[in-house]
Design a protein around this ligand. Structure first.
Ligand SMILES: [Zn+2]
Length: 564
């Protein structure tokens, strides 16, 4: 997903504007004889919190700190809509959401900034801030890529506030955006350079707080996204639509896909014009969303996040792996792990890494999982496999399968690879932003994506960390890593312990249970490649994974038992 920086209004000018607003009110609206109204006191208190937030880098890291200040302004607007401070409060909400967006990169924050600015103009059209608010709203629309809509807002500033200080600026913007002026004639078809992308399939996966829609195509897809508000006239629900440029879709796929999972009502896809395929998602409720493209195979992923995540309210979205994470439900209720998903990496047309002597990662991972399955079953666990044969399974399908089946643990099994043939050892990952170049390279390899796509993915992570059981995942990773290292060094001598690390593995994103990815040795190292092909080595790896899982489950059960 592309995030465009808005260069037209710097944070500094916002700040100056804010001070100007604040100052003008001190001059004109305070009546010293009667003291301040309750509304004004609320405003002062909110403004004080605003300053203190701006001064504290630490506070700014938490979504909550922003929400609190915004909440105060919002409360004022709610309770005293007629108060002279209400438009200022609303305007400040817009500024705050916009600043917050620069930290969180959550699309929802920018949308809220837009809504706040729009509301200033809608509710207080005669206020002196109305045209400033519209100008800010138009800037956000531009940033969101909706230049046509931005054009309309700029032109409404010029017509409705022709004498205001924003009219001239709006005029300049209209010249700049002339290409986006509403057209009289239907749009002519544009010749597409290069090959058309053929859309081949659309799938979705539902979860209580998270829905993923994936559009598969024959090549890399260029896209733009847009949101539409609920239409009060036609009663149409709010919509999110994604235009895929230079694409074609067969008629057989052009149908309405009912979803009705509380987040999305349905998905519709059709050939919008000769060069564009449009996917429309009718929204029931949505807190945030991301659209991004992935390769191998080419696909467009639309992740929609809901309001009601299990831990949605008490987790700061921007902090990762905090120790204050609530216990997973299983532990809260004293239940233990029952269902485990084993995920043999790669498969089918995706061989994974290939060793110098031709050993394929996909074959090793499957062999390891097939060994681990029966010995876990002997212990009474129910085991689900994301694949049981040499077949291709998409990364998103693997996580979705674990979520759909309500699994308690998710273990993704891989073999490592490095450009250096000397690299060797075992390491275990859980989800997070990579802290070293090596970790980031491993994630790029496993995700089959570029550096840019990886950094986009890391932004998505910020949305999802609160539901991904990071603390438990890190404990599981430690347990597995310890056992794997201990087991292999006992039987095979000198093994390098690379430890537990974090990186953004796509296959772990969105998993709603403790989940880890194990790199069981380097297939790129000739010595370890040879070991990985041996039956006794595979047995030891599987046995060690079993030990690690059991150790984790025991610790979990004892932690959830009765306490003195
Ligand atoms: Zn792999």
């Amino acid at each position: 997903m592309k995030v465009l920086m808005d260069k037209t209004i710097s944070p500094l000018s916002w700040l100056m504007l804010f001070f100007a607003v604040a100052l003008s009110y001190n001059f004109f609206h305070v009546d010293p004889a009667h003291g301040k109204s309750y509304c004004e006191r609320l405003y002062d208190s909110a403004r004080k919190d605003y300053y203190s937030l701006l001064e504290s880098e630490r506070k700014q890291r938490f979504h909550d700190s922003w929400e609190k200040v915004i909440g105060k302004f919002d409360d004022l607007v709610d309770r005293y809509p007629e108060c002279s401070r209400a438009p200022d409060a609303l305007f400040n909400m817009g500024v705050l959401y916009q600043k917050l967006y620069r930290k969180s990169w959550l699309r929802g924050d920018l949308t809220k900034a837009l809504e706040s600015f729009r509301k200033v103009a809608e509710s207080y059209p005669k206020n002196s801030l109305a045209d400033d608010a519209l100008f800010a709203a138009a800037g956000i629309l531009e940033e969101m890529g909706d230049k046509e809509e931005a054009y309309e807002v700029y032109s409404s500033i010029r017509s409705s506030y022709s004498k205001g200080d924003m009219a001239k600026k709006a005029g300049r913007k209209l010249t700049e955006l002339a290409d986006y002026a509403p057209r009289q004639e239907p749009v002519e078809t544009v010749a597409v350079t290069g090959d058309k992308v053929n859309i081949s399939d659309i799938k979705y996966w539902s979860n209580p707080d998270y829905t993923r829609v994936v559009v598969y195509g024959s090549g890399k897809m260029a896209f733009s996204e847009n949101q539409l508000k609920k239409d009060p006239v036609t009663g149409k629900p709010p919509r999110l639509y994604v235009d895929i440029m230079g694409a074609a879709i067969p008629r057989s796929l052009c149908e309405t896909i009912p979803i009705a999972d509380g987040l999305l009502l349905q998905a519709r896809v059709a050939q919008y014009n000769t060069t564009t395929v449009r996917l429309v998602l009718d929204i029931d409720s949505m807190k945030d969303h991301r659209v991004f493209s992935m390769e191998n195979p080419s696909r467009l992923v639309i992740d929609v996040m809901g309001e009601g995540g299990k831990y949605a309210d008490d987790q700061p979205a921007m902090e990762t792996a905090e120790s204050s994470e609530p216990l997973p439900l299983a532990q809260q209720f004293g239940l233990s792990v029952q269902k485990i998903v084993l995920d043999p990496g790669h498969g089918g047309r995706d061989p994974g890494a290939v060793g110098p002597n031709g050993l394929k990662e996909k074959d090793v991972t499957l062999a390891l999982a097939l060994r681990l399955k029966p010995i876990l079953e002997e212990r009474g666990y129910q085991i689900l496999m994301t694949r049981q044969a040499d077949v291709y399974v998409g990364l998103e399908e693997r996580t979705a399968m674990a979520n759909d089946n309500g699994a308690d643990l998710f273990i993704s099994i891989h073999t490592n690879a490095s450009r250096s043939r000397k690299a060797r050892g075992v390491e275990t990952y859980f989800l997070g932003v990579a802290k070293t170049r090596e970790a980031s390279e491993t994630a790029m390899l496993e995700n089959a994506i570029s550096q840019q796509a990886l950094s986009d993915l890391e932004k998505i992570l910020l949305d999802l960390t609160r539901t991904s059981n990071l603390k438990q995942s890190s404990v599981l990773a430690e347990s597995i890593q310890d056992s794997l290292y201990a087991g292999l060094s006992e039987s095979f001598g000198d093994v390098r312990n690379l430890g537990v690390k974090q990186a953004s593995f796509y296959v772990l994103i969105g998993a709603r249970m403790p989940s880890v990815l194990v790199e069981t040795s380097f297939i790129s190292n000739p010595g370890e490649e040879k070991l990985l092909s041996r039956k006794d080595y595979r047995d030891t790896v599987s046995q060690s994974l079993l030990n690690g899982i059991i150790k984790f489950v025991r610790a979990l059960s004892s932690a959830s038992g009765p306490r003195p």
